[in-house]
Design a protein around this ligand. Structure first.
Ligand code: ADP
Length: 467
């Protein structure tokens, strides 16, 4: 990942997102828990304060200060004198009785709001006293006999909440760190598939078309990405191979005629040129030029037809009629070679929507091959039938057949079977036939048994009368 800033990687961003999400969620959970706990603690203290204050009311209202002092003395726990206190004031807010207030500076004089407090009412407050680290919780209860104040230090509760906060802080930091590390490792593992795709693409960019992405186990999405990427690479590699072959073949096929043309001209120039010599030479040159032009035109036609830019003059046409025309055209050629050509037409008009001239060309290429690759005494059958969806035109022969290796490539541009090289041809006939048939929405199939013969079948979508 040279040259890539870590902060820009998806791995980093994913980790960061998860970390932020984790912090926000755990803070929310902790906050809820903390608030609930702290309000429960306060409520518990408030209940205790109210209970204690209520217990004094009857004694206070009995009008016997000694009894009150007695009660408070009994209630006082010297060990807890720093944690809770009792203070009872007269209706004029003078101290009537109290526990030891040595560590409760600031409780007296009584706060101003007590003057306004109605009889029978109570107020509970959290109060800070000078010299005390923690707040205290105090109940002020006013009765006709005076004001009862009972207070408790919040030290224990605050300590509990404080240790909770620090436990949460430490735990959150540890979990966050280990979670981020784990998240980072997981994200890196998941992203390693993408990284492998990038590495393979880089290798291909450097010209190694055979590289493929190793399939890992990061998850189906990444596996599928690698599979699709590899499939695409297979196609690209096949395409590049084909382009190389075609270019090589074009170069080869152009070189032979041009070398021949040059040779003829050289020989003619070197000899004592008379009119006959010149006529022969020019004749051969013209033939070679025609061959070249024909090849270039066929190549262009294949390319245009495959690209869908060749204009097709489609009409409703009867394939039976096309077969009859082709039969009549090729009958003399077959006869010359001593090959028996048969026609088996289908019943009734077998209509397709097609460009007559182009379909004639496709069928002619098949017939030409069948006669070319069938030795004298052999037989070629041209038949047309109607299938449920297609019009089927078959050209079968009893010729030399096609071996398995050749069979898979007969439709490739410039491909010629090894044994066919002695026969005239340029390896473009079947490519053109396939392109033309495909342009009509059909397909060509081939079956062959070496030594016994071959069968080429054109299937075209039929145009059946409705109903
Ligand atoms: P060409 O006939 O000019 O070589 P084609 O594209 O028409 O080119 O055919 C490609 C190859 O397919 C031929 O070279 C030949 O090897 C093989 N082939 C085509 N038709 C037949 C057939 N009927 N019998 C045997 N081989 C055939």
């Amino acid at each position: 990942m040279e040259g890539i800033k870590i902060s820009g990687t998806l791995t980093f961003r994913l980790t960061l997102w998860y970390a932020v999400l984790f912090i926000v969620l755990s803070l929310a959970v902790f906050f809820l828990f903390y608030i609930t706990l702290s309000s429960n603690l306060t409520r518990r203290i408030d209940e205790e304060l109210a209970e204690d204050a209520n217990e004094i009311i009857p004694i206070l209202e009995s009008g016997r200060p000694e009894a009150l002092r007695e009660y408070i003395k009994e209630e006082e726990d010297p060990e807890d004198s720093e944690k809770e206190f009792f203070l009872v004031l007269s209706p004029g807010l003078e101290i009537m009785a109290s526990t030891d207030l040595g560590s409760w500076n600031g409780l007296y004089p009584a706060p101003v709001f007590l003057m306004k407090l109605e009889n029978g009412r109570e107020v509970i407050k959290s109060v800070s006293l000078p010299g005390r680290e923690n707040k205290i919780r105090v109940i002020y209860k006013k009765t006709s006999g005076g004001v009862i104040q009972k207070g408790m230090s919040l030290e224990d509760d605050e300590e509990l909440l404080e240790s909770l906060r620090s436990i949460f802080g430490t735990t959150a930091a540890v979990v966050l760190l280990s979670g981020s590390l784990f998240g980072w490792l997981m994200a890196r593992r998941a992203m390693s598939g993408v990284e492998r795709v990038r590495e393979t693409a880089a290798l291909i960019g450097r010209g190694d078309l055979s590289s493929r992405v190793p399939i890992g186990r990061e998850g189906l999405e990444i596996e599928n990405l690698a599979l699709v990427f590899n499939e695409m690479l297979d196609k690209i590699e096949a395409l590049v191979r084909e382009i190389k072959e075609v270019t090589h073949n074009i170069a080869h096929d152009l070189r032979s005629p041009t070398t021949r043309i040059r040779g003829i001209c050289e020989t003619t120039l070197g000899s004592i040129p008379d009119a006959d010599n010149c006529r022969d030479a020019f004749g051969t040159v013209i033939n070679e030029c025609d061959r070249l032009t024909g090849m270039i035109n066929t190549l262009l036609e294949i390319a245009e037809t495959e690209a869908g830019v060749a204009p097709l003059d489609k009409t409703s046409m009867d394939m039976n009629k096309l077969a009859v025309d082709a039969y009549e055209l090729f009958h003399p050629v077959a006869e010359d070679k001593g090959v028996h050509l048969d026609l088996q037409s289908g019943e009734g008009p077998l209509t397709v929507k097609g460009d007559v001239a182009r379909l004639q060309r496709a069928v002619a290429n098949l017939l030409d091959n069948a006669i070319k690759y069938t030795p004298p005494g052999g037989r070629v059958i041209l038949s047309v039938t109607g299938g449920p969806e297609h019009v089927i035109l078959t050209v079968s022969d009893t010729g030399k057949g096609i071996d398995e290796k050749t069979l898979s490539r007969v439709f490739d541009r410039f491909y010629r079977g090894d044994e066919s090289r002695s026969t005239p041809g340029n390896g473009l006939g079947l490519s053109l036939a396939r392109a033309l048939v495909a342009a009509h929405g059909g397909r060509i199939e081939v079956r062959s048994a070496p030594g016994k013969g071959s069968e080429f079948t054109i299937l075209l979508p039929g145009e059946w009368p409705s109903g």
